[in-house]
Structures are given as C-alpha cells and as structure tokens.
Design a protein around this ligand. Structure first.
Ligand code: NI
Length: 257
C-alpha cells in the first residue's frame, strides 16, 4: 500500500495544541506517510521547524502569508526567515502570495512586495515556493511572469481552468484540497482535468478545508483518503494510484527521498 503525502498542513495551528501527539499517531496509523507542515508568519514558521525537527515523517516550509505580509518589511524577521529556510528539514518557502478576499487585509502593494521577496528567496535556496492566491489571479500571474520561479506549487487551487493551464506552463505543480469533494466544486474539478498527472498534489490545508463527509470539522491528514478517492473517481483511476502518483510528485518537488 502506498502512503499518503500531505503536501500542505498546519500542525503548528493552535487547534492542534491540546492533542498534537494523538493526532500525529492517528494519521500515522491511517496510511499517512509524510506531512509538510507550513508556516504562515514568523511565529508559525519557527514552530513548524521545531515540530519537523521532532518528528521523522514531518517536513516544514517557512514563510509569510499575505495576511501577515507586513512582516516581510521587517529586516530582522526576514533574516530569521532566511535562517529557517536554510534548515535541513525545511523543504520549501511559503506560504506566500496574494489574497484580496478580505477588505481589512494589507494593501496589494505590501502583499506584492512580500511575495516577490519570497520568490527571490526560494530561487536563492533552490527550494520550491508554496503559493497562496485568492481572488488575485491576474496579479499572481503577472508577478510570476516578471519573477520566474525555479519551482513551486499553487496550493488549494481555486482559480479558473485557463489560469491553471498558464501556471502549469510555468512549470508549477497544483495542489487540491477537500474543496474538490464539496457540492460546488465544479470549477476546481474542471481545473483538475487540465493538470498533467505528474504535477498533481493532494493536501489538507488542515485544520481547515475538511472534505466531505467531514466538512466543517477540524481536518487532519487522514481525511485525504476522501480527497484521493474523489480525484480517482474524476480521473478514472484507483485511489491507490492517486496516492502513489501524488507522493512521487511531492517527493520530486520537495526533493525528499
Ligand atoms: Ni495553508
């Protein structure tokens, strides 16, 4: 049996604080072989590294999410981020990108600056960038055209099929969450079908985005069985094939053996 590679999780989130060890045991007992624990600001990035140091099957990513993009203007923070990126358990930079969903978020100018800084860091350390983009696809594509990435993934893909094609053309991987199991998932499923098999990743984005039939609950990596099954049904493959392919893709992208 192939083991699941969860390419985007947040076990550094407060919601796992009380039963963290139990959750790790539970997912290991349920066919999960590897998790990538993703930082979103300086605090969660520090914790992601610490947790990855302590857990054999966990790797981490370090970066500044658009919601905290102002932190990228702080030189001391960015120096520490750079040190954390160089850590041997850090296999990616991010999550970084653009999010225009909330009115009270940082301005596009601040967000773009943080995004570009992290593109340059990812290229400098030759690690892939984990891209978060929400309601900001055109600006995301423009920045990626101006500052090409060596490698990366657009996580929790929610854009159009046409944008998906452009991102694939840039050499990027595309990550899908439990959103593809939701009733209103038509758009995501259309995009899924234009991603080459060797660029597909599965991810929880836990504690968020629990797939059906667990929608609304706290998510963890064991729920990826539902995501893999849905993907398999859509693509006419078996769940085990999806788990194998997405694991191979993640190991290649994040340079893990
Ligand atoms: Ni995330």
């Amino acid at each position: 049996m192939n083991k699941i590679f969860d390419s985007h999780s947040h076990y550094n989130d407060d919601s796992f604080k009380d039963d963290y060890c139990d959750v790790l045991q539970k997912i290991a007992d349920n066919g999960v072989g590897t998790v990538l624990n993703v930082g979103a600001d300086i605090h969660s990035s520090r914790l992601a590294v610490k947790q990855a140091e302590e857990c054999d099957f966990m790797y981490c990513s370090v970066g500044i999410h658009p919601h905290d993009s102002i932190q990228a203007r702080d030189e001391a923070i960015m120096e520490e981020i750079e040190q954390l990126i160089a850590h041997q358990k850090t296999v990616a930079v991010g999550e970084a990108g653009l999010d225009y969903h909330y009115d009270d978020s940082w301005s596009p100018e601040v967000q773009k600056e943080a995004f570009v800084k992290q593109i340059l860091l990812a290229n400098k350390y030759n690690k892939p960038l984990i891209i978060h983009t929400r309601e900001a696809m055109q600006d995301t594509l423009d920045i990626l055209n101006e500052y090409p990435l060596n490698s990366g993934v657009v996580h929790c893909y929610s854009g159009s099929r046409e944008s998906c094609k452009q991102l694939v053309k840039m050499g990027l991987y595309i990550g899908f969450t439990g959103v593809i199991t939701f009733k209103n998932a038509r758009r995501a499923l259309e995009s899924l079908k234009v991603v080459p098999l060797d660029r597909l990743l599965i991810e929880t984005d836990c504690p968020y985005m629990a797939p059906e039939p667990n929608r609304g609950k706290r998510c963890d990596s064991s729920m990826l069985h539902f995501v893999a099954q849905k993907m398999a049904d859509e693509l006419g493959m078996t769940k085990d094939e999806i788990i194998r392919i997405t694991r191979e893709n993640a190991e290649r992208l994040f340079n893990i053996r």
